[in-house]
Design a protein around this ligand. Structure first.
Ligand code: XMP
Length: 317
């Protein structure tokens, strides 16, 4: 494979974006590395003729909206934060089927995004599509497993023109480009488009979302701290899942009847296959103690998922 030169790529991408984007453009900024790199390149090319739109679906990580907002600010990217959480919670009310959840979230996302684009008068839609996204979708294999909503979810009658400056790049190249552009999320773990909704088995209510958000935060934090102490390598992806199946426990000397949280940590290269990580027992123990203590009224049991992909997938839904 040819050597990837981020400086040369940046220079060429900016030149080509400058000539292509001759009118207002928008980009959906998720806070992930692909869309942030793309937004940074487009902003360098057209400045305030680009608006990055971040949709808070209500299923984001703890502190995510503030984090993304300050990152875009630092990068000098004009942006708008849209809190659509109530709309998403309402849309998912009573929905338990994983594919239905994904479809509803995907559609709502596009609807909110289109409204914002119309408001701004964007003629171009810039997207952070990378090579595996379209290769996997084209192959048809992936989408029969789960409907990813960043590819193929665009309405057929979309009036904006699509612009995908990093569509030929692979993840490692995007990460090296992010480092070159001084983007803090260059090594950040992936986060699924449908967010925490696919980490809640069953109905993704606002109450359950709060629980899984905190459980994910604890699992992430404890693994990151352990990695900083050199007790383990930071996994490729790591999070928690809420299983609303109640089991009997005991808190103090009182009977408890609460939900279960599963912790997941995997190594992967390209997300097509993954191996469950052999986490140090002390780290698992700390995560379990914190989750059952800090989420005492909701969770009284923590388990560790040791399934590889295949036969599992990385996310549970
Ligand atoms: P699975 O669960 O299919 O996930 O093994 C593979 C990788 O993709 C992420 N993922 C998504 N990313 N939109 C995305 O942009 C989605 O709808 C989506 N679903 C899963 C998942 O977190 C893992 O890194």
């Amino acid at each position: 494979m040819a050597f990837f030169d981020p400086a040369k790529f940046t220079e060429e991408a900016i030149t080509s974006l400058k000539s292509q984007l001759n009118s207002k453009a928008i980009i959906a900024a998720s806070g992930g590395v692909d869309s942030t790199v793309t937004a940074a390149l487009a902003a360098k090319a057209v400045g305030d003729n680009l608006l990055a739109i971040y949709v808070d679906t209500g299923y984001m990580r703890l502190g995510e909206s503030d984090f993304v907002s300050s990152m875009l600010e630092e990068l000098g990217i004009q942006h708008k934060m849209v809190d659509a959480s109530e709309r998403f919670y309402k849309g998912l009310r009573g929905i338990t089927d994983p594919e239905q959840k994904r479809k509803i979230i995907g559609e709502l996302f596009i609807r909110v995004f289109e409204e914002e684009a119309k408001d701004y008068g964007g003629k171009f839609l810039v997207q952070g599509t990378i090579a595996p996204d379209w290769i996997e979708s084209g192959g048809g294999l992936r989408d029969t497993i789960k409907s990813h909503h960043n590819v193929g979810g665009l309405p057929e009658d979309m009036e904006m023109e699509l612009c995908e400056p990093i569509r030929e790049l692979y993840k490692d190249e995007v990460r090296s480009l992010a480092e070159y552009l001084k983007i803090s999320v260059s090594q950040r773990q992936p986060f699924p488009g449908p967010g925490l909704a696919v980490r809640i088995m069953g109905e993704a209510t606002p109450e359950r979302t709060k629980v899984v958000r905190q459980a994910c935060h604890i699992a992430e934090k404890e693994m990151e701290l352990a990695a900083e102490r050199n007790e383990m390598e930071l996994p490729w992806q790591y999070f928690a899942v809420l299983i609303p199946i109640k089991t009997v426990g005991v808190q103090g000397d009182v009977r408890a009847y609460g939900n279960t949280v599963a912790v997941r940590a995997v190594h992967s290269y390209d997300a097509m296959t993954a191996q469950a990580v052999d986490l140090p027992y002390s780290v698992l123990k700390k995560i379990s103690e914190r989750i059952t203590r800090e989420l005492k009224s909701d969770v009284n049991r923590v388990v560790y998922d040791i399934t590889d992909k295949p036969p599992g997938t990385i996310e549970w839904e």
